[in-house]
Design a protein around this ligand. Structure first.
Ligand code: ADP
Length: 460
């Protein structure tokens, strides 16, 4: 520090690394260490690189304004406070801005409520270059809590280490990529087996438990709910939503997009192009059902179908009737759909992230198969989307309010026709076909979404 700074017993400071642009502090030369009053102090991350997360309410009169912070842990140490209590505290290093100078300080974190000052600035942080004038206040320029009401608080928010859960039962390419990209950006990514989560459902404290313990507060959840566990999986996601955790895909969007009937109704409601589709429960309606969709060839799909396994092409009306009779005999739910011939065994997968198409690929079915699913031997290649296709994909993801969605569409003579919206799109095929780092983009998206939002001012 060049010039000695003069400080009074009360000053304004900023902790830029923690995203705290204005804090009123008490300068306490009686104390050696500096302390920040924080809530929900929780260690996380690997033992070799421990981190701590905590929440700060920078404005004492506005407990509704909570800034989430995280910092690397320097140490854990016994600290005796002015009231004589000794407490084991996390020590973090962070930058302090006071007046026109910024320097690193050590800060202990403590959860003591009803403190008039959110921070005490001790001797060690002030060092020798600061002159303390104990009888004075605000020797340095005063800051204002108004920054927390402005966009500045969001735009200047530092990239903090996040704790992210991937809800998945599988150790597959996509899960591994989320972990890899998240860790590369300094975050902690935990893969949680959805079916091992259990919940206490009550009004006062919704929680999620796992292996006998309460799960920590995650900054974000990436749901990868398999089709076979949709009801339970979405209940777990809903619980995280109740806790206020940012979920990349919401429980409602996951369950509605999974339910083929509901999904078609929603897409139709948003006037998104799709193949003419009909559904009935009574066996008497077979003829009329076929009539509704048009003429053969028709596609008959089991509602539970995934990866193209329950999708049948009926070339003639007779064939359609037999397939329908067979499905009915099995008491299976199905829908009948106009066959989009022009698509010629090809469909387009658009990956929509945060309302934008970030990658796309064309999938071509194995020779002789009208289904283009990669699981059935189809192959993927890059594709340039037309404007109408891009728009249909974006609108389809938006209809289900999905942050990350795979939208499948067919190229028909009348323009794009959306087949389905997938809330757990696989990354392997599309990252390879498009040569894009989708997992990395998803982590960036989360980092944007969990930034603090400016709070409204209260009317005086
Ligand atoms: P799943 O959910 O089991 O993958 P889809 O509805 O996506 O079922 O159908 C699987 C594949 O069959 C699609 O990717 C597409 O190539 C083909 N297909 C499905 N519906 C039609 C249709 N109406 N017209 C032409 N091809 C279709």
């Amino acid at each position: 520090m060049d010039d000695p700074l003069r400080v009074g017993w009360e000053e304004w400071v900023a902790l830029p690394d923690l995203g705290l642009p204005a804090l009123k502090v008490k300068v306490d030369t009686g104390a050696r260490t500096s302390a920040l009053h924080a809530l929900d102090i929780e260690p996380f991350g690997p033992a070799t690189k421990p981190k701590v997360r905590f929440a700060v309410q920078p404005i004492p009169e506005r407990p509704d304004l909570v800034i989430a912070c995280s910092a690397p842990v320097l140490d854990r140490r016994d600290v005796t406070s002015s009231n004589g209590e000794t407490e084991m505290r996390y020590v973090v290093q962070t930058k302090l801005t006071l007046g026109d100078q910024t320097w690193p300080i050590e800060l202990t974190l403590t959860n003591r409520e009803n403190m008039a000052y959110r921070m005490l600035l001790g001797r060690q942080a002030l060092g020798d270059a600061v002159t303390v004038a104990p009888g004075e206040r605000f020797c340095q320029p005063q800051l204002n809590y108004d920054v927390y009401h402005s966009r500045y608080v969001r735009e200047s928010a530092p990239a903090r280490a996040l704790r992210i859960a991937v809800l998945s039962r599988e150790d597959n390419y996509s899960t591994r990529r989320f972990v890899e990209e998240g860790e590369a950006k300094g975050h902690v990514i935990e893969v949680i087996d959805t079916t091992r989560c259990y919940m206490a459902i009550n009004a006062s404290s919704p929680e999620v438990y796992y292996d006998g313990a309460r799960l920590p507060r995650y900054d974000a959840v990436i749901p990868r709910i398999g089709a076979s566990i949709t009801p339970y999986g979405t209940a777990v996601v809903r619980q995280f939503e109740t806790l206020g955790t940012y979920c990349v895909n919401g429980s409602d969007g996951i369950s509605s997009s999974r339910d083929k009937l509901k999904a078609h109704q929603i897409l139709a409601g948003y006037r998104i192009g799709m193949p003419t589709t009909a559904f009935a429960a009574s066996p008497k309606d077979t003829g009329n059902l076929i009539g509704l969709v048009g003429t053969a060839p028709l596609v008959v799909k089991l509602l539970e179908s995934t990866q193209g396994r329950g999708v049948v092409l009926a070339e003639t009306k007779k064939a359609a009737e037999s397939v329908i009779t067979a499905f009915r005999g099995l008491r299976a739910n199905f829908l009948v759909q106009d066959f989009v011939k022009e698509a010629a065994g090809e469909d387009i997968r658009c990956l929509v992230l945060g309302g934008k198409v970030v990658a796309s690929m064309k999938r071509t079915g194995a020779a002789g198969d009208f289904r283009s699913n990669l699981h059935l031997g189809g192959s993927a290649s890059p594709v340039r989307l037309k404007k109408a296709e891009r728009e249909a994909a974006i609108r389809a993801a938006k209809a289900f309010r999905l942050g990350l969605a795979g939208v499948d569409l067919l190229r028909s003579a009348e323009g794009p026709k959306v087949l389905e919206v997938n809330s757990s799109p696989g990354l392997e095929g599309i990252e390879k076909a498009s040569d894009k780092n989708i997992a990395g983009m998803l982590i960036e998206h989360i980092m944007q979404r969990v930034k603090p939002t400016p709070v409204r001012k209260r009317k005086a």
